[in-house]
Design a binder for this molecule. Structure first.
Ligand SMILES: *[C@@H]1O[C@H](CO)[C@@H](O)[C@H](O)[C@H]1NC(C)=O
Length: 113
C-alpha cells in the first residue's frame, strides 16, 4: 500500500463529515510574509449554484468580497486587483491573494447558497 493511497483514504474520510461541513476550505490557517502570495481553496458538495468569499477583519466586520454563480462573477466588492478569485465550476471558488499586505490579515470565509 503506497503512502499516496493512504493519504487519499484519509482525505476521503474527512469528506464524509456531517452535513454542516459540506463547504470545505483549505488551508484552515495560513501565515504568509508580506509580499508573498497565498492561495485558498473552497469546494462545496451541496449542489448549490452560488459561492461567496467573505472577509472578517479585526473589527469583526463581515463583508462579502466576491460572489460567483455558475462560474460567472456576479459580485465584486473588493477595491483591489490583488484578489484573484477563480471558479472552474459552480462547486469551486478558489481565492488567490497576490503580494499580501498587513491589512489582508483577516478571517476569510467561503459560503454557498
Ligand atoms: C474587482 O474590482 C476592483 C476595483 O474595480 C478591480 O481592481 C478588480 O480587478 C476586480 N476583481 C475582479 C476579480 O474582477
Amino acid at each position: 500500500m503506497s503512502y499516496r493511497l493512504l493519504s487519499c483514504v484519509a482525505f476521503c474520510l474527512l469528506g464524509v463529515g456531517p452535513l454542516e461541513t459540506a463547504v470545505f476550505q483549505t488551508p484552515k490557517h495560513r501565515v504568509a510574509q508580506v509580499g508573498s502570495e497565498v492561495f485558498f481553496k473552497c469546494d462545496q458538495t451541496l449542489g448549490h449554484d452560488t459561492m461567496y468569499w467573505y472577509k472578517q477583519d479585526s473589527k469583526q466586520l463581515l463583508k462579502v468580497m466576491f460572489s460567483y454563480n455558475n462560474k460567472q462573477r456576479i459580485l465584486n466588492e473588493t477595491a483591489s486587483s490583488r484578489f484573484l478569485p477563480q471558479s472552474s465550476d459552480k462547486a469551486h471558488l478558489n481565492l488567490r491573494i497576490k503580494s499580501v499586505e498587513p491589512g489582508d490579515s483577516a478571517v476569510y470565509l467561503c459560503a454557498s447558497s
